[in-house]
Write a protein that binds this ligand. Structure first.
Ligand SMILES: NC(=O)C1=CN([C@@H]2O[C@H](COP(=O)(O)OP(=O)(O)OC[C@H]3O[C@@H](n4cnc5c(N)ncnc54)[C@H](O)[C@@H]3O)[C@@H](O)[C@H]2O)[C@H](O)CC1
Ligand code: K
Length: 503
């Protein structure tokens, strides 16, 4: 799904009105109706006292229309306009008149003492500003937002939290629990710096013109299940282990050989035909006991890797996990990089060693996948002042070395040449020991199966996250461990293929 800028969304809005021959008020009706459908499914108690805080733009118009729908359905509603400007849009002004005509409790707020006592309400609906925000918020709107954030009440934002800039850094905005956004994802909703403003994000369809959306150009995308379904390779009836690819996982050191076990097992469960693990001697009994399907190749050293030599012919490599950064290991890694031309995914200490020797980055085959978490990323590209700068610097880095960079996080970002992909599968349950090792194994497996590296990155990240969505009801997020990811890779494939179970 395309991620678009506020300007592009405005254009699609106008084109929809033109192409579909509907009025802007009708489009607002669709938007308010879509929000209402979502809201009434989630909040079913009609005794909840709901306060709707609208602005004077079309986002405010949406809010007032929602107030009308909720009132009609029997919810306890109080509507307010926070009059931060006298320039009402036509559709907002229309809804103010309708709210009054329908005898819905209504209040204008122009100064601080008119702000209602939020403690009398259960849910605050934020319709203060949407994608039309053009400058920092001041005056009465800022006072209202400050009080909303201090209220401790459930806050649900319409389209975007009031004050969130869709395309640049935000420092002050409504801190919502839920954001229900209209049809087109906005990048700001998925950036870690903005999580405290955005809360959970739901995208609802409002009937924008598909043609208009198709005409908008972008290089930013939110990954959808159907995209992944299209990328999955069919399983041939005549498949045998020799045709499904051979992944080699390289890593481990004394006390950290479990990393290689997890990655190897994840690789096999992701569908490659063969998995070999290269580890120091101390790892051999561990992997052979816990994961007999893998073939183990031993380093000469008992505790860490000192050279990476093997006489097998894998199709792809996953390297770096649990490997440590000892001098000998660094040299072994360097000599390996000098001769390796296979598709590869590098994680953890592999990344840390590269950040100690940035000149070795030139040795990586094009489209090598790096999977840093933010700390590892900053060692590679330096510090950033906000998420936008982080993306800019990571993109420049990825392009300079022709790499694919996966920035791991609640929403992982995949940078592949000019393109940015946002992944929203997954839950906080994935923040668990070994989760990254499993991702390395999944991606190495997909590379070994012949997936183009950009596809392997997207499919891998999506599959990995989906395992957590699928077990939300059966495994408590606190008790979810990396092995649960591995155990549910097959279910994730089923879900993607069938589209049966919704994430
Ligand atoms: N996506 C769609 O196709 C649809 C969107 N809808 C809703 O419309 C808003 C966008 O509405 P817009 O009128 O453009 O602006 P806002 O309501 O977001 O902004 C309010 C208004 O205030 C002015 N303004 C901007 N910044 C400030 C500021 N810091 N202080 C004071 N005033 C400010 C600005 O000029 C705006 O006019 C979108 O989010 C959706 O909720 C449609 O309802 C359906 C189709
Ligand atoms: K809003």
């Amino acid at each position: 799904m395309k991620i678009l800028s506020a300007g592009q969304i405005r254009e699609i809005d106008a084109k929809t009105i033109h192409y579909e021959g509907i009025s802007s008020l009708e489009l607002m009706k669709h938007a308010a109706g879509a929000f209402y459908d979502w809201f009434t499914k989630k909040y079913t108690d009609k005794n909840d006292a709901i306060l709707i805080l609208s602005g004077v733009g079309n986002n405010g118009g949406d809010g007032l229309m929602v107030a009308r729908l909720l009132h009609k359905a029997g919810y306890r509603v109080q509507a307010c306009v926070v009059e931060y400007s006298e320039n009402y849009t036509e559709d907002c002004a229309h809804n103010v008149r309708r709210v009054k005509a329908e005898n819905i409790p209504f209040k204008r707020i122009t100064k601080e003492k008119e702000i209602p006592n939020f403690s009398e309400y259960d849910i605050l609906i934020d319709a203060l500003f949407g994608t039309g925000l053009s400058r920092e918020i001041t005056g009465i709107a800022a006072e209202v937002i400050k009080k909303m954030n201090e209220s401790g009440k459930t806050i649900v934002s319409i389209d975007v939290p009031g004050g969130l800039f869709p395309d640049k850094k935000t420092t002050f905005a409504v801190e919502a629990d839920e954001t229900v956004t209209f049809q087109i994802p906005k990048l700001a909703l998925y950036l870690p710096d903005n999580y405290r403003f955005v809360g959970n994000v739901t995208i609802v369809n409002i009937g924008l013109s598909e043609k208009a959306i198709a005409e908008a150009s972008t290089n930013r995308y939110l990954i959808e299940k159907k995209d992944i379904r299209e990328l999955l390779k069919p399983l041939s009836k005549f498949a045998h282990k020799g045709t499904q690819g051979h992944a080699l996982i390289i890593g481990g050191s004394l006390g950290k050989t479990g990393t290689v076990c997890l990655a190897s097992k994840a690789a096999l469960k992701t569908g490659c035909g063969l998995v070999s693990a290269y580890l120091p001697k101390c790892g051999t009994p561990v992997i052979q006991t816990h994961f007999p399907e893998a073939m183990a190749i031993e380093d000469d050293n008992s505790a860490f890797i000192t050279h990476i030599d093997y006489d097998i012919s894998p199709n792809a490599i996953g390297i770096g996990i649990g490997m440590g950064k000892r001098e000998e290991t660094q040299h072994a890694f360097y000599r390996f990089l000098q001769k390796n031309a296979l598709p590869m995914v590098i994680d953890a200490d592999g990344l840390n060693i590269l950040s100690l020797h940035p000149e070795w980055l030139d040795l990586l085959p094009p489209k090598t996948i790096l999977t840093p978490h933010p700390k590892e990323l900053s060692r590679l590209i330096g510090e950033w002042s906000d998420d936008y700068e982080k993306i800019e610097k990571a993109t420049a880095f990825a392009q300079k070395y022709r790499l694919i960079v996966i920035i791991k996080g609640a929403y992982s970002l995949i940078i592949d040449s000019d393109n940015l992909y946002v992944n929203d599968s997954g839950t906080p349950a994935l923040a668990t020991a070994g989760s990254g090792d499993v991702l390395t194994g999944i991606i190495a497996s997909l590379l070994a199966q012949g997936y183009e590296p950009g596809h392997a990155a997207r499919v891998g990240v999506y599959l990995h996250g989906l395992t957590a969505n699928l077990t939300q009801q059966t495994i408590h997020p606190r008790s979810f461990v990396a092995s649960d990811i591995i155990d549910n890779i097959g279910n994730a494939y089923f879900t993607i293929e069938n589209g049966m179970i919704k994430k």
